[in-house]
Design a binder for this molecule. Sequence first.
Ligand SMILES: NC(=O)c1ccc[n+]([C@@H]2O[C@H](COP(=O)([O-])OP(=O)(O)OC[C@H]3O[C@@H](n4cnc5c(N)ncnc54)[C@H](OP(=O)(O)O)[C@@H]3O)[C@@H](O)[C@H]2O)c1
Length: 267
Amino acid sequence: MVVGEIKTLILGSTGMLGMELSKVFPDAITFSRSALDITNEDRVRLTIEGIKPDVVINAAAYTDVDECEDDRELAFNVNGRALEYISRSCSSAGATLVYYSTDYVFDGSKKEYFESDETNPINVYGQSKLMGEKNIIENMKDYRIIRTSWLFGLQGKNFVETMLRLSKEMDTVKVVNDQFGKPTYAVDLVHKTGEIIKLPPGIYHITNEGTCSWYEFAKAIIGNVAPCSTDEFPRKAKRPKYSILVNTKTEPMRHWKEALKAYLEER
Ligand SMILES: NC(=O)c1ccc[n+]([C@@H]2O[C@H](COP(=O)([O-])OP(=O)(O)OC[C@H]3O[C@@H](n4cnc5c(N)ncnc54)[C@H](OP(=O)(O)O)[C@@H]3O)[C@@H](O)[C@H]2O)c1
C-alpha cells in the first residue's frame, strides 16, 4: 500500500471503487473476484491470516439492487455472511477492516440520516449490506464502516455513463424526480478512505456535499431529460424516497456538481 510501511489488501479490486482504490494505493495487494471469491470462507481466511495485512479494504459486493431481489441467497452470502469470517480473520491478523455500506440501509421515511440513526432497509440489497455491518460490529473492534451513496467512478457502469448513453439513443430520457440522495465521486471517496483509516473505529457517512433528485442529477449531465415519478418507472426493488446521509465526523467533501465536472473532464 501506501502510507509508509502499511500493508494493505484490497478485495473486489476490479469493481468501480476497487479500481480507484488500486490506483490510489498502488502498493496494495489486490484481489479481483477471480483471484479471491469472498464467499469461499477457507480461502478468505487463509489469505487474510497468511498475508497479515495492516488494513483490509473490502470493495467486493453484489451491487445490482434489482438482481438482489431475485438472488437473495447470493446477496446475503456476498454482502452479509462473508463479513463474519472476513472480520474474524481481520481480528486474528490484527488488521483494520474497511467495509463500504449504503444509504439503502435506511427506509427513507426521514429526510436526513445521521450515523447513529436506526436502520430499516426496504430491499434485499440494503438488508444484505446491513447484515454485513452487523457481522463486522459483532466480530471485531477495529473497523471502519463507510456508508456512501449514488457512486459514480471512471471505471464502471454508473448513472452518469447511463445518462450519456441514453441521451444519444433517445429523444427524451425520463428520470425519477421523487427520490433524493447525494451523488458521490469514487475518486473523492477513495481519498477520504485514506483519511478515515487513521480515525477511530466506527460508522462514517461519506458522500459529496449537496442533495438532489435523480432527475436533478441527470439534468446536470444531459440536456434532453424530463422528470417522471417512481410510479411511472417501476423497478423490482423498492428504493427509499430520501436517503440523505449526514456526515458528522469528518471534514465535508466538495459539492457533487464540482465532483461531476471533474469526472466529465477526466473521462
Ligand atoms: N455503486 C453505488 O452506487 C454504491 C452506493 C453505495 C454503496 N456502494 C458500495 O460500495 C462498494 C463498491 O461498489 P462498486 O460500485 O464499486 O461495485 P461494483 O462496481 O459492482 O464492484 C463490485 C466488485 O465486487 C466483485 N464481486 C462480486 N461478488 C464477489 C465475490 N463473491 N467475491 C469477490 N468479489 C466479488 C465484483 O466482481 P465482478 O465484476 O466479477 O462481479 C466487482 O469487481 C460496495 O460495497 C457497494 O455496496 C456502492
